[in-house]
Design a protein around this ligand. Structure first.
Ligand SMILES: [Zn+2]
Length: 365
């Protein structure tokens, strides 16, 4: 999540909750904001009032002491009138699932997510092994990153567990098209892919009482920044950008006046325009990369050209992953080749990316 993109959505709320505070954005729908200790300094989570059945919480924030004490306050105060029936998470990232284990344990709620996102969270929190570490090291070396950057990226081991101290041990599986009853409303599970493998969004159609449709979009669509679309060491040839662009197309099936409740930034209207702006952003990126790679370059060189400002280790991971996602997409579309320079050329095994048809004497794999 590094790029600020154009396209000016309409923000119907002039105020934003303080970290730890809340605001009712539609009857029975609370917008809660939790602080994050990153450059992206907040995440929005949502509490849906299900009447006698209890609250449905959507996303949880990190599982750090600060977020847990905010949740304690919310359970005592804003949410005190009902029990918590279920905890839904949109995807496995720590700012969404981090406090889920604690919340489920504390409230007795059921935990709901897609199977893939839950399994990924369970797998990541179990930690990596030597083979996975070696694969990650190979992946970063092949990208052409400097040794120092590789060491600091590999040194982030354990970061997932710091944000996600526990993952709920049991799952209520959500599939695209499922309906969740919350009070008198039904929320439809919308599938997608791109930011992660199988995130879920929740859509509540217009109710005929003047309320437009509501979409809890997770990170799949955000008002101001472009969601991170990354290739990771575990699946080096993946093309998540193709999935993401297909998901962006899918939003045209929802009404244009849908109020979008995103995980970062403010609720907005202008879903269709925002989806188009994000698609345009990626199209521009792809063009820029094709121009850059008229002279074959490493993924690290492409990353530096796309993200010229200084980046910390976490941002570098996202930036490199995002650059490789665009490169892989061009490879999948037959526009680009990944080439292995001969070791004698002094590139110590880093892959080069060049335009298809201009590979010359370089060998492809
Ligand atoms: Zn995310």
């Amino acid at each position: 999540m590094l790029s600020t993109t154009n396209g000016a959505p309409d923000y119907p709320f002039c105020s934003t909750p303080e970290a730890g505070g809340w605001l009712e954005v539609a009857p029975g729908v609370l917008w809660i904001r939790l602080a994050l200790p990153f450059q992206l300094d907040h995440v929005n989570v949502w509490a849906l009032d299900g009447g006698d059945s209890g609250w449905t919480l959507v996303d949880c924030g990190l599982g750090d002491p600060r977020s847990l004490s905010v949740w304690e306050g919310l359970l005592r105060d804003a949410l005190a009138r009902r029990s918590v029936q279920r905890v839904v998470v949109t995807h496995f990232h720590p700012d969404h699932i981090g406090a889920a284990g604690w919340l489920v344990e504390r409230t007795g709620a059921v935990f709901a997510a897609s199977l893939t996102e839950w399994l990924l969270a369970r797998a990541l929190s179990a930690g990596s092994d030597a083979a996975a570490d070696a694969a990650a090291e190979r992946f970063y070396r092949r990208s052409g990153m400097a040794e120092e950057a590789i060491a600091s990226m590999l040194g982030r081991k354990g970061a997932y567990n710091r944000g996600v101290p526990s993952v709920p041990p049991t799952l209520t599986r959500l599939r695209a098209g499922d309906r969740l009853t919350v009070g008198r409303h039904e929320w439809i599970v919308i599938g997608g892919s791109g930011h992660t493998a199988e995130p879920v969004s929740l859509y509540r159609p217009a109710d005929g009482n003047g309320e437009t449709g509501l979409l809890i979009s997770g990170d799949q669509i955000l008002p101001r920044i472009s969601p991170n679309i990354s290739v990771w060491p575990a699946e080096p040839d993946a093309d998540p950008l193709a999935d993401y662009l297909a998901s962006l197309d899918g939003w045209s099936a929802l009404p244009a006046d849908t109020l979008v409740l995103p995980s970062h930034g403010r609720p907005f209207r202008g879903l269709h325009e925002r989806a188009r702006a994000l698609a345009d952003h990626h199209a521009e990126r792809l063009e820029e990369i094709e121009t850059l790679c008229a002279t074959p370059r490493t993924a690290a060189a492409v990353t530096r050209a796309l993200f010229p400002r200084p980046l910390d280790a976490q941002q570098t991971l996202f930036a490199l992953g995002e650059a490789i996602a665009h490169l892989n997409h061009l490879i999948h579309r037959g526009r680009m080749l990944r080439m292995v320079a001969d070791e004698g050329a002094g590139r110590s095994g880093a892959d080069l990316y060049g335009l298809a048809g201009t590979a010359g004497t370089l060998m492809t794999r």
